[in-house]
Design a protein. Structure first.
Length: 251
């Protein structure tokens, strides 16, 4: 049984589909959730113990938010969940899109972890979970986003390797397609897209936000005390193999 009672856990992107599921699941396991998102995001969610609005693209805002949070003590865990993409092919990746997606999906999470590390070291340890993507493991489109999420895995391993002596663990989750509002623009273009996507997954469905949240809850819990430097796919099987290809060649 996952028990997070007495744990203070920071979640970024807390107002989004996966983020709001994180808040609900973590609070359900007893955690005090520090929910973080951009200005204007609704953080009036059940289970939120503290709410902070700040811009992850602003270094000064990151430092100020981390200082405010650590004023109440170092967090037991930080889950870097915030992310976004729209440039779906190489042809779509302008210079601005490349900079924006690398900064939001990689640099912001790296800077946030740097802001929390001193307090976590002084507190005797803690855990980081970075929400990466199966796009970091193989190419499924969104190349700038994929590059950022792959970089996030390297950053996670750096923390796991260099900070383990300080009692700090770091792991990543690589979700497959999760049905959140991030899919709305695709559905507008093609109302049948979800049915097409489901056929690509061995489980025949997309991932639920709560499934990603439960994996994160496990990784920050004492049940995962010996686990660090790992990538946990929560992807309905898509990284295991290409089922449509197998079906075609088996004819």
């Amino acid at each position: 049984m996952i028990d997070l009672a007495g744990h203070r856990i920071v979640v970024t992107g807390a107002a989004g589909g996966i983020g709001s599921a994180m808040v609900e699941v973590l609070a359900g396991f007893g955690a005090a959730v520090v929910a973080c998102d951009i200005d204007g995001a609704d953080l009036g969610l059940p289970g939120v113990a503290e709410a902070l609005h700040f811009d992850l693209m602003d270094d000064a805002a990151i430092e100020a938010a981390a200082a405010e949070i650590c004023g109440g003590g170092a967090p037991d865990a930080v889950i870097s969940n915030a992310g976004w993409t729209r440039a779906e092919t190489l042809a779509d990746v302008s210079a601005d899109a490349l900079s924006h997606e690398l900064n939001l999906n990689l640099r912001s999470a790296a800077r946030l972890s740097q802001a929390f590390l001193p307090a976590m070291r002084n507190n005797g340890g803690g855990a980081f979970v970075f929400i990466s993507s199966v796009n970091a493991l193989s190419h499924y489109g969104n190349p700038a986003y994929a590059a950022a999420k792959a970089g996030l895995l390297a950053w996670m391993r750096a923390i796991a390797t260099e900070e383990g002596r300080n009692g700090i663990r770091a792991n990543a989750i690589a979700p497959g397609s999760v049905r959140t509002m991030a899919w709305d623009h695709r559905i507008e273009r093609d109302p049948a897209i979800l049915g097409k996507v489901k056929q690509l997954y061995p489980l025949g469905r997309m991932v639920e936000p709560a499934e990603v949240a439960r994996a994160a809850a496990f990784l920050v819990s004492s049940l995962a005390s010996g686990i660090t430097g790992t990538v946990l796919p929560v992807d309905a099987g898509i990284s295991a193999g290409n089922l449509p290809f197998l079906e075609q060649i088996a004819v």
